[in-house]
Design a protein around this ligand. Structure first.
Ligand SMILES: Cc1cc2nc3c(=O)[nH]c(=O)nc-3n(C[C@H](O)[C@H](O)[C@H](O)COP(=O)(O)O)c2cc1C
Length: 338
């Protein structure tokens, strides 16, 4: 039903500028929530998976970036996501980079974005999360808050900026993600190096209290650097790894596409798989790894789970396949042989 509906709506949305289409869809979320609530698409309990101390309702979660300010959480739950990651939010509200900053690569089922963490800030997200709690609408699936560095803050003050966000959101999210891997904030990815990373995580983990802190890494790290970052995360008490963010590389047919920004979707898949494997090896079972990058089918999810991932996330495939995708993947996972 949702898939059929999206077959009609998608060509109309794809006629619009990608960010206008995004804004239009986000504006319909309260309405979509009522529709979805008529027949909520909760994953079968057999699909629940442990991710450290958390239980994801199913192995497909919403990746960060789609709902930066946490305005559509009940809709994502109704669409069947096993967990929902909101953000990236920053300590300071910020507008992000000038438009255009989001590009479709239709043939390749990919996106390139250089949004630059446009968001209302950690305090606004905290208010949105608190409202869900106060009204008894907190979802039955874990909600993670993904945190980044404000653009106006230099790397030398980054720790304080992340801590400000953590303090604003403390006890309001089920898990936190320290995002040092988005390509669109100058200098951010330098925080993936051992020393600054250690300083950041050793401050963030205690500040989060009992709430697990995950670290999200870039696929453009060399294998050694990625393994090193995973080790720092484990040593600093992180509860898990999310691999991977978007890539600055332009593999295969994306070579002539928009040069500035992070690539996601189908063409990211081979690189993400390879880096997820490195992350799994480095983690060596000490912390769970959530696999992200080009996930669009039950086969993709099966492959990542077989490799050893505790769960997966997706974003770009939702834009191409529509709101029925997550429930379809979860259903397909239950088919014989799944
Ligand atoms: C438009 C867009 C915005 C994104 N914004 C964020 C973000 O704010 N924080 C983050 O950690 N990842 C962000 N991502 C990365 C995704 O969470 C995910 O790691 C990446 O897109 C790979 O997954 P996919 O191929 O399923 O899209 C963004 C991705 C896209 C396409």
């Amino acid at each position: 039903m949702l898939t059929l509906l999206y077959k009609v709506v998608r060509p109309l949305l794809f006629h619009l500028d990608p960010e206008e289409a995004h804004e239009l869809v986000m504006g319909t979320l309260p309405f979509a929530r009522w529709l979805a609530a008529l027949a909520p698409l909760r994953p079968d309990p057999a699909l629940a998976c442990r991710v450290g101390p958390l239980t994801f309702a199913g192995p497909v979660g919403l990746a960060a970036g789609l709902d930066k300010d946490g305005v559509g959480i009940r809709t994502w739950e109704a669409l069947g996501f096993g967990a929902i990651e909101v953000g990236t939010v920053t300590g300071h509200a910020q507008k992000g980079n000038p438009r255009p900053r989001l590009f479709r690569l239709k043939e390749q089922r990919a996106l390139i974005n250089r949004m630059g963490f446009n968001n209302e800030g950690a305090i606004a997200l905290a208010a949105n999360l608190q409202r869900l709690r106060d009204t008894g609408h907190w979802p039955k699936v874990p909600v993670g808050a993904n945190l980044g560095k404000s653009k106006v803050i230099g790397n030398d003050e980054a720790v304080l900026d992340y801590l400000n966000s953590l303090r604003a959101l403390k006890d309001r999210a089920d898990y936190f993600v320290i995002n040092v891997s988005s390509p669109n904030t100058p200098g951010l990815r330098d925080l993936q190096e051992r020393e600054p990373l250690q300083r950041l995580l050793e401050a963030a983990v205690p500040e989060a209290g009992r709430t697990p802190v995950f670290l999200k890494l870039a696929p453009d790290l060399e294998d050694d650097a990625l393994a090193e970052a995973v080790n720092v995360a484990v040593e600093s008490g992180c509860g898990g790894i999310i691999a991977t963010n978007t890539t600055l590389s332009r593999p295969g047919e994306t070579a002539r596409a928009e040069q500035y920004g992070g690539l996601s979707g189908e063409p990211l898949k081979p690189l993400a798989r390879q880096k997820i494997r490195v992350a799994l090896q480095a983690a060596a079972g000490r912390v769970p790894v959530i696999g992200v990058g080009g996930v669009s089918s039950a086969d993709d999810v099966r492959e990542l789970l077989k490799m050893g991932c505790a769960a997966t996330q997706l974003y770009t495939a939702l834009i191409y396949e529509g709101p029925g995708l997550v429930a379809r993947i979860h259903r397909d996972l239950l088919l014989p042989g799944g």
